[in-house]
Each structure stands twice: as structure tokens, then as C-alpha cells.
Design a protein around this ligand. Structure first.
Ligand code: ZN
Ligand code: ZN
Ligand code: FE
Length: 764
């Protein structure tokens, strides 16, 4: 029996080879009709024998092109129209635009084969790509995603490329960045005085310079990298020196899996992540000893490693490197450079040479970072390769813009049931980053065609995102408490829409009482919460300075536990501090000068790290806490004494018994590894007990874990395990970062439900 169906497919189905795929399937099965791109996604009409049509639909649904993602298929039966063949017709560009834009995709195997085939016309061409790979989001200026709206617009296709681009049977049919050496972008090598290095292949020469130990700035997909030979201690040390980056680990790019496996342990799940179309940086446990320069990730058990993801990377590695350091090409804390001129200006004192190209980067996008913990691949920095693929929500929400936090900033735009998190924008403490934040909002609003009615922001009055939001007077302004946003972000990720317990362990976030929260147990749904438990407040002497100088926290904890007697404690930590520094700090604490109160869990990690002598001052966010995690032993151990006070139904967690226990251990000569272990187990026990108390009162069984402290593997897996053993259902972040990189999602979703709940309540 003959039939005809109209099929609408939504999802990531444009710019990923969907139409040629459909065309080939139809041709193979003697099906007539057509396929085209529409504003919704892809529209297909098929006509033929019913069994053939059913087979066709099954294949399209079950094995679509590798980089596509179908979110919805709608099939309707329509009258026969007896067309003679199957065709690909012109795009229909009208109505509401809800087709999703693809993210950047690592070079595919087919392109790699051609790249290395001396007989291929794209042999060694650093910009080879096809419908299954290449840049997408980072070259887009406007919608629809067509070549003239991308940074490929200035490159007019040569006849060969033009033919491929229009041939439905070609791997490059409508591949917008399609190009070759005749017509496409080119690479150039400059020295740091902006002199063009002529008469030699730029890639060959760059490889030679890297081997000599030079620092080369390399323009990539979403920004510049600074590269050096990862085996050369001297080169890596020099990079640290000129970049003013003392200890923060550098990311590595390995030639291939076998080079990587000699230096780090790689599980199957990690392998899969490394080879995925996104090619993120994956945190991998070091093999010790290994061949990588010690200064790449000093004091860390892990490397951040990735595999080559552009043709240019592959060409460089063909010169025999095993691994290169590939760190963001930026000045400390500023956004990554994307423009050639900008990179010369900013990096001329850092890089010796510049390997650049003449295709513009339209959207800045850092490498993404993931880690495999407790059975899931988890985002730490969600950017290149993942953005702008949305997080799918359970319900359609109002159009909302959320401004995120201060550090690791991202923004989030909601359109229907899709939440679009931006690329990593970073630390909003400098003007460049704030510009980048504002242009990310404009660009994302434009290409997603979202016109937000509500703007969500953090309650901290000094965050640039908050200030930006408060200026948008035409929108409904909804402030969302920081840790509530962490909780809702995790709930949204898991489609939870009920009352849950949230354990939010974090660095700092502005509390409803104007104090700095960060070690919280909340009970709430998507629109409101109650605070059920938190660490007892203590002063943060020096405010932000106390975050950068953990010794201040250690003094504050000791003062809480011992009062003025802390000076008599027989601790190395006290002895080595300058007496007048302690005096000034104690004065600040006593007189409550610039010493806001905090319940932060992150600061407790900092304080303990300083107390046991790991670090007094940090070089990057979270460093002391990370040191404490890395140093811990793995033996069985008892907890430090746990004390909570029931204060009108809110459990205050006392830190004095923990601090006193640690001081006793130090006196007994226990090692940092042992103390750190006990400390970790104590935190796990504390929050397990509190969850049990809250369950006894509320009968709630679902627990959400979120906040920056859950980047700590021991805390995440330990707490998850303990809670599951006691019958809780436990949810943690994987698709979005558990740190402030995921905050904007929670803000956006919470704002929607707060808005539904009440006409004028401005903060939850
Ligand atoms: Zn390809
Ligand atoms: Zn060409
Ligand atoms: Fe946070």
C-alpha cells in the first residue's frame, strides 16, 4: 500500500549533514518526496510503499548523522502527490526560528584521512572540514546559519568547493565553513614584533620553534592558545614566568591516546569523552613517574588533557611531538584572546611567535573541562563543543535571561523548554570580561531569537551581573539567592519539580541576611526555600583578601576555638606568622572591622589547609582546598567530634570541635595526609546526619548536592554513598558545572517559578 507522510524533525538537525543523509536513505528505498530545512528544523515529505516508509522513519530516528540530535519527530499522514523523485529543496526561512545551532565539532576521521593523503586536494590544508566536523558556533555572526552570516563570508568558494557545497551526495553539501587551500583561510607565522616570517611553511617553522623551547601563540577555534613543548621543564617554567602564573595547572594536548596513556590513567568512559565530538579537556590521574615536565601541574594528582581537535593541531603533532602545553592565550583573569591584533598587543611579551590565521573568531569559547567522578562525566567548564546545545527542561518556561555569578561566569537564556547556557565568560572582575559578558548576552539573544521578559541575578549588590540586571528597568527583575540557584540548577538538570533537601557546599554567596553563606542545607522547591542548617558564622577577616590568603581564615577559626590563647598554641603555623600580622588580624576580628560573617564550607577547607601548613596564600581560586583534597590519605579513619546546635529548628554546625581535633592531631604529630582524611570523613558524616534529621522532620527523601565544594571527588562520592546507603535518592550536577559556571541555569529556572508564585516578591 502506498502512503505519504509529512515529517517535522526538531533538534540539532541543521549544519550536521541531515538533508544529504535523508536524501540518500530515500533514494536507496525508492521513496519520492523532498527534504528541506525550515525554521523549526527539518521538514520531510515521503511517499512510497508503507513498509519502505516505516523502515525509512526507523533509520532516521535511530541512526541519524553522528553530530545531530533529534528532540522531537512529528509524523502526519497526507494525500499522495505522485512526485517522480526525491529532492532537496531550498530552505524555508520564515516564522519563528527554533532550529538549534550546532556546536563546534572536532575534526572527523574522514577529513583526517584526506588531510594526510598527498593525492587529496586538501592534503595538509589546516582548515579542512565537512558536514560532520569543523567550526560552527564560534564562526556564527547571525542567523540563519548560512555562510554569509559566518566569518567564512569573505572567502568566495572556488569552483571545486562550490560544486561540493551544492552536491547533495558530497560530504560537504552545505557545510558552511567548506574551503580549500585555493579559496579558504590561510595560516601565517609572525614573530612577537609582528614581522611576518616568509618563505617557509608556517606550520613547519612553528613546530621547529616549539621544539627549540619557544612559546608559540596559536589561534584556534574559540581563541588563542599558548603552546610549549610539554616535555621541556625549561620551556614550561619560562611560560609560567612570563605569564605570571605560578602554579595553576596547564592543560595538555597529547598527540593521541597512546601518548596519553603513557602519562595518565585513562578509563573507558574517559576515553570516550576524549574522543567525543566535543574533544574537551578531561582531568586524568597522572601515572607517576611520567614524562611531562613537573611544572605543568605541580602538586596535583591530575592532568587536564585533551586530544588534537583542529586540522592545524593534527598537522603540528605530525612533526613528532608527544604532548604540548596548550593553555588559554590571555593575560591572567582576562578573557581569552580571539583577535589577531588583540593577541599581538596583549601577548607580545608572553609569546615568542604567533601562528595565526585569517578566519575571524566570532564567538570566544574556551576549551571545555570535564571529569569522570562517581559514574558520570561531569562538566567543570562547559564551553567549546557543548555551547550552544541547550539543557532540555521538563516544562516550557517564560523567556528569561540570567546573569550568573562573579567567577566562572556564564549567562543563561531560556526559550520554551530549552535552557541555553553561554560559553565560559570567566571572572567578571575586569573590564574586558564585563564587555565580554555584555556581548555574549547580545549575541546569544540575537542568534537564539529570545527576547527575555524577566532578568534573574545574584543578590550580591556588587556583582557586575547584578548591576547590569538592575539597569534593565523594562524587564521584570528577580534576584535569586546564590545557593538556592545552585540547588535549582541541579534540580532543573534532573527534571525535579518537588520539595527536596539541598546540600549546597560552596565558596561564597550573598545570603538573605546579608552575610556570606556557603555551607548550607536548604529545603525547598523551584520557587522558594528554607534554610535548615549551616556552619556557624565566623569572621572573614579582610573580606575578599581572606579568600586569597587562607592563613587569615586559619587565624579566624583558631580565634573562635581558643580565643586569645591561640597565640600559645604550639603550632608551626602560629610560629612562622609575623606577630604583628596576627595582631592586626585579631584586632580586625575583635573590632569587627572589614570582617563580614560567613558560613562558607570552602573557607573551612582553606583554613584547615593553612593550619596544617599546606598554603598561606593562594595563586588561583580554590587552590588551598584542592591541596587539602590532593594530600589526603585513603586509610580508614574516625571522624573529628561533631556538634550541632538546634537554633529554632535550624541546625548550626560548630567548627570549634573540628578545629580543636585538628590541633590535637597536629600536636600528636599526625601527618597532613591523615588529618585531611579525617577532615573529609567528618564533613561527609556531618551532612549525612543532618539529612537524616531533616528527613525525620519532613519525610523528604530526595537530596540535591551542588556548589563548588562538590568538585572535591571525596566529598561528592563519599556523601553520595553514605546518603544512598541510608535510602536517600541523590542528585548531583553533571551536564552543568557544580561550581558557579552552572549558577545561571538555576537563577533562570528559579526566576520563572518565583514569578509564577507571586506578583512582587523580589527575592527567594
Ligand atoms: Zn570532517
Ligand atoms: Zn576551494
Ligand atoms: Fe557558588
Amino acid at each position: 500500500m502506498r502512503a505519504r507522510y509529512h515529517i517535522t524533525i526538531q533538534g540539532i538537525v541543521q549544519g550536521v549533514g541531515f538533508r544529504p543523509f535523508v536524501y540518500l536513505q530515500a533514494r536507496e528505498k525508492d521513496i519520492t518526496g523532498y527534504v528541506n530545512n525550515s525554521s523549526l528544523g527539518v521538514e520531510i515529505e515521503i511517499e512510497g510503499e508503507k513498509t519502505d516508509l516505516r523502515n525509512f522513519i526507523q533509520i532516521v530516528r535511530d541512526i541519524p548523522p553522528p553530530t545531530s540530535r533529534i528532540t522531537d519527530i512529528q509524523i502526519d499522514s497526507i494525500p499522495l502527490s505522485f512526485d517522480k523523485d526525491f529532492s532537496i529543496s531550498k530552505s524555508i526561512a520564515s516564522g519563528e526560528k527554533s532550529a538549534l545551532i550546532s556546536s563546534d565539532i572536532a575534526t572527523c576521521q574522514d577529513c583526517l584521512k584526506e588531510l594526510r593523503d598527498p593525492l587529496d586536494r586538501r592534503f595538509a590544508y589546516p582548515f579542512i572540514n565537512c558536514t560532520n566536523c569543523g567550526p560552527r558556533y564560534t564562526i556564527i555572526n547571525d542567523i540563519p546559519y548560512d555562510r554569509h552570516n559566518t566569518s567564512m563570508a569573505p572567502f568566495k568558494m572556488c569552483p571545486n568547493c562550490y560544486e561540493e557545497y551544492h552536491n547533495p551526495l558530497s560530504r560537504r553539501f552545505h557545510a558552511q565553513p567548506n574551503a580549500c587551500a585555493v579559496c579558504g583561510p590561510q595560516v601565517f607565522l609572525y614573530d612577537n614584533q609582528e614581522n611576518l616570517i616568509k618563505d617557509i611553511s608556517p606550520v613547519t617553522e612553528a613546530a621547529r620553534l616549539l621544539k627549540k623551547g619557544m612559546i608559540v601563540a596559536i589561534k584556534g577555534i574559540g581563541g588563542f592558545h599558548l603552546a610549549v613543548d610539554a616535555f621541556s621543564e625549561k620551556a614550561v617554567k619560562r611560560l609560567r614566568f612570563v605569564k605570571h602564573r605560578q602554579e595553576k595547572p596547564f592543560a595538555l594536548m597529547f598527540r593521541d591516546l597512546s601518548a596519553l596513556a603513557q602519562n595518565a590513567r585513562v578509563s573507558d568512559a574517559e576515553k570516550e569523552a576524549l574522543l567525543s565530538k566535543e574533544h574537551p579537556i578531561v582531568l586524568l590521574e597522572k601515572i607517576i613517574p611520567n614524562n611531562i615536565a613537573l611544572s605543568v601541574a605541580p602538586g596535583n594528582r591530575y592532568f587536564g588533557a585533551m586530544l588534537p581537535y583542529t586540522p592545524l593541531h593534527h598537522l603540528l603533532f605530525d612533526f613528532g611531538f608527544e604532548a604540548l602545553v596548550m593553555t588559554s592565550g590571555n593575560l591572567s583573569n582576562e578573557p581569552i584572546c580571539i583577535d589577531n591584533k588583540e593577541s599581538f598587543d596583549k601577548l607580545c611579551r608572553v609569546a615568542d611567535y604567533f601562528l595565526v590565521h585569517n578566519r575571524d573568531i566570532s564567538v570566544r569559547s574556551d576549551d571545555s573541562i570535564v571529569t569522570h567522578v562517581s559514574g558520570s562525566i561531569r562538566q567543570i567548564r562547559r564551553s567549546r563543543g557543548f555551547v550552544p546545545v541547550p539543557i532540555f527542561l521538563k516544562e516550557s518556561l517564560s523567556p528569561i535571561l540570567a546573569c550568573g555569578g562573579l567567577l566562572k561566569n556564564t549567562i543563561c537564556l531560556i526559550k520554551d523548554n530549552r535552557a541555553f547556557l553561554s560559553q565560559h565568560i570567566g571572572n567578571l572582575e575586569n573590564p574586558e570580561a564585563i564587555n565580554s559578558f555584555e556581548s555574549a548576552i547580545t549575541h546569544l539573544k540575537e542568534i537564539l531569537q529570545v527576547n527575555p521578559q524577566i532578568i534573574a541575578y545574584d543578590l550580591h549588590p556588587d556583582y557586575p551581573g547584578t548591576r547590569y540586571a538592575l539597569k534593565q528597568k523594562q524587564l521584570r527583575l528577580i534576584g535569586v539567592q546564590h545557593h538556592f540557584a545552585h540547588m535549582v540548577g541541579c534540580m532543573a538538570e534532573h527534571g525535579l519539580n518537588e520539595k527536596v533537601i539541598g546540600i549546597i557546599l560552596d565558596g561564597s554567596g550573598y545570603g538573605l541576611d546579608g552575610r556570606i553563606w556557603g555551607g548550607e542545607v536548604l529545603v525547598g522547591n523551584l520557587s522558594s526555600f528554607e534554610r535548615k542548617s549551616h556552619f556557624e558564622y565566623l569572621p572573614l577577616p579582610g573580606g575578599n583578601l581572606a579568600i586569597k590568603e587562607p592563613w587569615r581564615m586559619a587565624v579566624s577559626y583558631l580565634y573562635q576555638a581558643y580565643g586569645e590563647n591561640l597565640l600559645e598554641l604550639p603550632l608551626q603555623f602560629i610560629k612562622k606568622l609575623e606577630p604583628n600580622k596576627i595582631d592586626i588580624l585579631l584586632k580586625m576580628i575583635r573590632q569587627k572591622v572589614n570582617s563580614p560573617l560567613t558560613s562558607s564550607c570552602g573557607r573551612l577547607f582553606d583554613g584547615v589547609a593553612a593550619l596544617i601548613g599546606l598554603r598561606d596564600v593562594i595563586d588561583f581560586e580554590g587552590q588551598a582546598a584542592m591541596d587539602l583534597e590532593m594530600i589526603q590519605g585513603c586509610e580508614k579513619s574516625s571522624c573529628y567530634p561533631i556538634e550541632t546546635i538546634n537554633n529554632n529548628g535550624i541546625y548550626l554546625i560548630r567548627h570549634q570541635p573540628i578545629i580543636k581535633g585538628i590541633v590535637e592531631d597536629i600536636k600528636k604529630g599526625k601527618t597532613g595526609a591523615q588529618i585531611s582524611r579525617r577532615f573529609h570523613l567528618t564533613l561527609i558524616e556531618i551532612f549525612t546526619r543532618i539529612c537524616c534529621k531533616v528527613r525525620a522532620e519532613s519525610a523528604l527523601e530526595k537530596v540535591v548536592l551542588s556548589g563548588g565544594v562538590f568538585q572535591n571527588r571525596t566529598i561528592l562520592t563519599g556523601l553520595e554513598e553514605q546518603l544512598k546507603q541510608r535510602g536517600f535518592k541523590v542528585y548531583s550536577n553533571a551536564l552543568i558545572p557544580t561550581n558557579d559556571g552552572g549558577l545561571s541555569l538555576g537563577q533562570a529556572v528559579a526566576a520563572h517559578y518565583i514569578n509564577l508564585q507571586s506578583g512582587d516578591n523580589k527575592c527567594a
